[in-house]
Design a protein around this ligand. Structure first.
Ligand code: TMP
Ligand code: ASP
Length: 237
């Protein structure tokens, strides 16, 4: 697959055209950001680790019948994906309280959330990715009612698949964020699934093994991602 001009460069990944208008190359960089881009660092190996991690998870989701943009991993840092029209809405499911939920509502971290919660955020760094709802998304044209319904169903389906996958590896899937796009009229999972966009805790000790290590300056960020991968049986070399 020929890598052509760069279409877009985000905080952690860059997107390139290919000779096929339906396919793009996603390049996973070592850049790591948090707090809407206010904290930034390069973490050695992170791009490679997330590319391999994401490919593993996307294959699992595809096998479970979830439509994803993922085609195949091309090399250490690049994967081939479908070219979609992305929707600027971030879908978040929480199984355990943490992060912005605790700040916003003053609830304690670590409570089991039953049933799991579902929240929408607008993908807009300048506005600090504000929380939105379905009414706002429809009114401002960020997604249609039907699209929002599909996104919610798929986000919960992902929860069923991944909660179990991580549980079998001795990990708690605390929460995660998904982004969707439209490919040939169908709502399709896009972006990535890696420890950059979810929270994972050791099931016994509740040690944080995700990007909170970076947000909170705990160190050992990429080592934690590799530990999660190792427990899932992912080969990084
Ligand atoms: P939050 O607690 O900051 O709202 O985040 C909930 C989960 O979603 C957490 O795993 C991080 C992820 N997330 C992102 O990766 N990027 C985002 O822009 C947002 C809003 C959440
Ligand atoms: N990924 C987002 C950012 O870079 C949000 C976060 O992970 O804190 O700001």
């Amino acid at each position: 697959m020929e890598k052509r001009e760069e279409l877009y460069s985000g905080k952690a990944k860059s997107v390139f055209k290919t000779e096929d208008p339906d396919l793009l190359i996603l390049e996973f960089r070592d850049d790591t950001s948090a707090f809407d881009g206010k904290k930034k660092e390069q973490l050695e190996r992170k791009g490679r680790v997330n590319n391999i991690f994401n490919a593993f998870i996307m294959e699992k989701l595809k096998a479970a019948g979830i439509p994803t943009h993922f085609e195949k991993r091309l090399n250490d840092r690049e994967s081939l994906v479908k070219c979609m029209q992305m929707l600027p809405v971030e879908c978040v499911v929480r199984n355990i309280s943490a992060g912005s939920l605790c700040k916003r509502l003053g609830v304690e971290e670590g409570q089991t959330l039953n049933p799991p919660t579902y929240e929408l955020f607008l993908k807009n760094d300048e506005q600090g990715d504000p929380m939105i709802n379905e009414s706002l998304a429809v009114t401002f044209g960020w997604a249609t009612d039907e699209q929002l319904q599909s996104m919610k169903e798929l986000t919960y389906q992902v929860n069923a698949v991944l909660q179990r996958l991580f549980a079998e590896a001795g990990l708690l899937l605390v929460d995660y964020k998904l982004e969707f796009g439209v490919f040939k009229g169908q709502i399709t999972l896009g972006d990535e699934f890696s420890p950059d966009g979810c929270r994972l805790w050791d099931a016994e000790t509740r040690e944080k093994l995700d990007k909170d290590r970076f947000r909170q300056g705990l160190g050992g960020v990429v080592e934690a991602y590799e530990e999660v991968g190792r427990r899932l049986g992912i080969q990084f070399d």
